[in-house]
Design a protein around this ligand. Structure first.
Ligand SMILES: [Zn+2]
Length: 464
């Protein structure tokens, strides 16, 4: 008896282990991925293109339909397909495309119970086919193929990295921008399918793990460090200058918001400074991207993160955090002049850009250089870039940025509205899509593009 009693928990544990193993493998076998197309539904229409539809329920009962079938929730765990009762989960397969509510999808479907009163509609699809239903929402198919390939690898890496993201709901990914927008066959495009096919199985890895392949529309000339946007540091997601200058529809933007609207939005988020009278950029990163915003009101000052401010105001209005407040000119990003904002110093004296000249003046006024450095720069002007680079490195160690040093001290703009003048669109982390487009136009292939934006990662191949 004693022995039997001891054995039971062990068998129970093994059973749990096996069932979770079976569930995990079944959720996305091999190169398959499961997408929760719709959740909490009580009815759904399915049909097949030029083929019949076969439904198989949990007890193995099979039923076929040659025309559309309505599936309706009947009781907990039970649905009806036409007049047939089926036990969830129900698989829905066809030799051709399966249409859910008239929208065609590749792969097949599984209906799973959701809380007893409804079901989730899950599309099980090959990863490569999934990507073909995703890319059109992420990149313009008319762009050069190498930029499309880079995007395909990014989307594939994301899919693998995010497997089981919605595991508690019974699928890997959702079809919205929470994961990746997926629209099935209706979103497919010949050029994008070529980009997917020609990079089959290719993913970006860092130290053996799927890389965090963030991307955005336009960096405004300099990408952002992930740490200054989301807090945690990732070695291959440091801010760096664009290798080429490029023009995009978002190269510069301007938006004017009334103080009363800003105050209303902030106060709805629990941020109050009395009557908001003005705001100004607080600290910036080394490229000049705003990191914090100082809010000035009748009750005093407070500081919030610029990425949070951007989200509150709407990321389609405040398109990036690369902005100035109250002026007409957006910040100029640092270019690769040998004065490397990424801290990778070349050590070679190079001519200063007008922007560097301004920074040099700001630093000199601020007393950043010692007497020896000032003397050396007077005697050997060609060494100014080296001293400027060293000063930047010292300043970054003090967590005081170049651009804020160049801008300080600032006064708060006055008036009833505030104008933001900015560059780029998006959070700025990882790959700039417009940057990748311009690089592909100048002959860079997808490997070189990805290596630039995600340095230290490597392309690996998943086989299936
Ligand atoms: Zn999601």
């Amino acid at each position: 008896m004693k022995k039997k009693g001891a054995l039971f928990p062990w068998i129970f544990t093994i059973a749990i282990f096996l069932s979770s193993f079976a569930l995990r493998v079944d959720a996305s076998p091999g190169g398959m991925i499961s997408v929760g197309i719709s959740t909490g539904d009580s009815k759904a229409a399915f049909s097949a293109k030029n083929s019949s539809l076969t439904l198989t329920d949990a007890s193995g009962k099979k039923v076929s339909f040659t025309s559309a079938v309505q599936i309706v929730q009947k009781s907990p765990g039970i649905v009806t397909a036409g007049s047939t009762s089926l036990k969830l989960p129900v698989l829905i397969k066809s030799n051709g495309l399966v249409l859910w509510n008239n929208r065609p999808y590749r792969g097949y479907f599984r209906l799973i119970a959701e809380g007893g009163r409804s079901f989730n509609v899950v599309n099980l699809v090959g990863v490569e086919d999934y990507l073909k239903g995703v890319l059109k929402m992420e990149v313009n198919p008319a762009w050069p193929i190498e930029a499309l390939k880079a995007q395909a690898i990014i989307a594939r890496t994301y899919a693998f990295r995010s497997r089981n993201k919605h595991g508690s709901s019974g699928f890997d990914l959702c079809p919205t921008d929470h994961c990746q927008v997926y629209r099935g066959v209706n979103a497919e495009d010949a050029a994008l399918s070529r980009a997917v096919d020609s990079t089959r199985g290719m993913v970006l890895k860092y130290q053996g793990a799927f890389a965090a392949t963030f991307y955005h529309s336009d960096s405004g000339g300099h990408t952002a460090d992930v740490a200054s946007v989301w807090g945690s540091s990732i070695p291959y997601l440091k801010g760096k200058p664009e290798p080429l200058q490029y023009e995009s529809p978002y190269s510069s933007w301007q938006v004017t918001l009334s103080l009363s609207e800003i105050q209303r939005i902030l106060s709805s988020k629990g941020i109050n400074v009395g009557n908001l009278t003005s705001l100004q950029v607080g600290s910036t990163d080394r490229a000049g991207r705003a990191e914090t915003i100082i809010l000035k009101g009748t009750a005093g000052l407070t500081t919030i993160k610029s990425s949070q401010f951007r989200t509150f105001m709407g990321s389609n209005r405040i398109r990036s955090t690369f902005f100035t407040i109250g002026g007409e000119t957006p910040p100029m990003p640092l270019q690769s002049t040998g004065v490397s904002p990424t801290g990778v110093s070349k050590g070679e004296p190079v001519p200063l850009t007008p922007k560097d000249e301004q920074l040099l003046i700001a630093f000199t006024k601020k007393g950043v250089f010692n007497a020896e450095e000032l003397m050396d720069m007077l005697i050997r002007p060609e060494n100014r870039s080296i001293h400027l680079r060293r000063a930047m490195e010292r300043q970054s160690g003090n967590n005081t940025s170049l651009a804020s040093a160049a801008k300080m001290p600032t006064s708060f703009p006055t008036g009833t509205a505030i104008t933001f003048s900015g560059r780029g669109w998006g959070h700025g982390v990882g790959m700039s899509q417009w940057g990748a487009k311009s690089l592909s136009e100048s002959g860079w292939d997808h490997r070189r593009i990805l290596q630039y934006y995600f340095p230290g990662t490597a392309i690996a191949k998943v086989s299936y």
